[in-house]
Design a protein around this ligand. Structure first.
Ligand code: DAH
Length: 358
C-alpha cells in the first residue's frame, strides 16, 4: 500500500512539473499505457489472494483515476497556455504603416477603345476584326481605290516582300478592309465597329507609324444619310460627354463612300487651351459617308437592294482630345510616369452595358 501511495505522489509530482504537452503525454504512456506502471500493477491482481486483491485493486484503481484526472486537468492548462503563446506571437500590429502597392494602369488607348465599344454596343453594334497584314485587294482595290488612284499615294504604305504570285502584302493603312471582309462573310443587316491597329510611314507629334483606327459599318435596306447623322451625332455627344455638343457634317471625298462627309465637333480655343463644346471653332474628328455602290457590288451586294453608311476615326486623336494628351508619340514610349499620369485604374474602365457579340 505504501508503494502505491509513493507511486501516486511520484506521478502527481511529475504531472505537476510537466511544462509541455509532449512531456505530459510521455507520463501518461508510462503510467497508464499498455505497459505503464499502473497497468502492470493491475495485471498482477489476478494472481493475488482474494482478500489482498480487493483492497489492492481498490487502491490501484483509485490511483489510476486520480492520475488520469490530473493528466486531463494539466493538459487543459498546457493547451490554454500554448494557445495564448501562439496568439501573442502571431498578433498583428494594426498601427503599422501599409506598404505602398503600385497598381497597374489601363493605357488611355485601351480605355478609349472600351469607351467607343461601349457606346456603339448600346446602339446594337458588334465588334469585327481583320488581319493587320492585308492584301492589296482588301486594303485598296475592293474599297474602290484602283491601282493608279491618287489616294494610294496619300497612304504612305508599308509593303512586305512579294509572295509567290508576286503580289506584295501590305500592313493595312486603314481599318476599312474590315468592311469588305465583313460584307463578304455575312448578309445584311450589318452593324459593326472594327477597332484595330493601322500603319503608315509617318512620324511626328500627331502621327506614328503604327496607330489605331475604329471603323464602322451599317448595311441594311433603306439605310440613309439621316441614320448616319443620327448615329454619329449620338456617338460624339456620348463620347465627349457633352449633351448639346454641336456636330457638323462637311462635304468631303473618300473613294469608298458617296456622298462623303467629314464630321467636326464644336470647340473654342482660349489662351492656348482647347475646350470641346459649343464655341466659335470646329475640330475634325472622323470621316464618313454612304457606302459607294461599287464597294457594295465588289462584295456581291446589289446596291439597288441594300445601302449603308460607314465611318472611320483615329483612336489616338480622340484620346488626345478627350484626355488632353499633347503628343501622339508618347502613347508608345512605355514611360511609367506617363502611365501613372494618363493611365486609368481598373474600376475607372466603363462596363459594357449591353455586351458585345462578334
Ligand atoms: N479609312 C479612312 C482613312 O483612313 C477613314 C474613313 C473615312 C473610313 C470615311 C470610312 C469612311 O469608313 O466612310 O482616312
Amino acid at each position: 500500500m505504501q508503494a502505491i501511495d509513493q507511486l501516486k505522489s511520484d506521478l502527481l509530482q511529475q504531472i505537476e512539473a510537466a511544462e509541455e504537452l509532449a512531456t505530459l503525454e510521455g507520463i501518461r504512456v508510462d503510467a497508464l499505457g499498455k505497459k505503464g506502471v499502473i497497468s502492470e500493477q493491475l495485471k498482477q491482481l489476478g494472481a493475488m489472494p482474494a482478500e489482498e486483491r480487493k483492497s489492492f485493486g481498490q487502491a490501484i484503481n483509485e490511483v489510476k483515476q486520480i492520475v488520469a484526472d490530473a493528466i486531463a486537468a494539466k493538459a487543459d492548462i498546457l493547451q490554454a497556455s500554448a494557445l495564448a503563446a501562439k496568439l501573442a506571437s502571431e498578433s498583428v500590429d494594426v498601427t503599422l504603416p501599409v506598404p505602398a502597392v503600385s497598381g497597374g494602369r489601363y493605357h488611355p488607348l485601351t480605355r478609349t477603345i472600351e469607351e467607343i465599344s461601349a457606346i456603339f454596343a448600346d446602339m446594337g453594334f458588334s465588334v469585327a476584326e481583320g488581319p493587320d497584314v492585308e492584301t492589296d485587294y482588301y486594303n485598296f482595290t475592293a474599297l474602290n481605290i484602283p491601282p493608279e488612284h491618287p489616294a494610294r499615294q496619300e497612304h504612305d504604305t508599308f509593303y512586305l516582300e512579294p509572295d509567290e504570285t508576286g503580289a506584295r502584302p501590305v500592313l493595312r493603312t486603314q481599318t476599312s478592309p474590315v468592311q469588305i471582309r465583313t460584307m463578304e462573310a455575312s448578309e445584311p443587316p450589318i452593324r459593326i465597329i472594327a477597332p484595330g491597329r493601322t500603319y503608315r510611314s509617318d512620324h511626328d507629334a500627331t502621327h506614328s507609324p503604327m496607330f489605331h483606327q475604329c471603323e464602322g459599318l451599317v448595311i441594311g435596306t433603306d439605310i440613309h444619310m439621316g441614320h448616319l447623322k443620327g448615329c454619329l451625332i449620338e456617338f460624339c455627344q456620348a463620347f465627349f460627354g457633352v449633351e448639346d455638343l454641336p456636330v457638323r457634317f462637311r462635304p468631303s471625298f473618300f473613294p469608298f463612300t458617296e456622298p462623303s462627309a467629314e464630321v467636326d465637333i464644336g470647340c473654342s480655343r482660349k489662351d492656348g487651351g482647347l475646350k470641346i463644346g459649343a464655341g466659335d471653332d470646329w475640330l475634325e474628328i472622323l470621316g464618313s459617308g454612304m457606302v459607294h455602290p461599287q464597294v457594295l457590288r465588289n462584295c456581291g451586294y446589289d446596291p439597288d437592294k441594300v445601302q449603308g453608311f460607314a465611318f472611320g476615326m483615329g483612336i489616338e486623336r480622340l484620346a488626345m482630345l478627350k484626355y488632353g494628351i499633347p503628343d501622339l508619340r508618347t502613347f508608345y514610349e512605355t514611360d511609367l510616369r506617363w502611365m501613372r499620369h494618363y493611365g486609368f485604374m481598373g474600376h475607372d474602365v466603363p462596363a459594357l452595358h449591353t455586351g458585345i457579340v462578334g
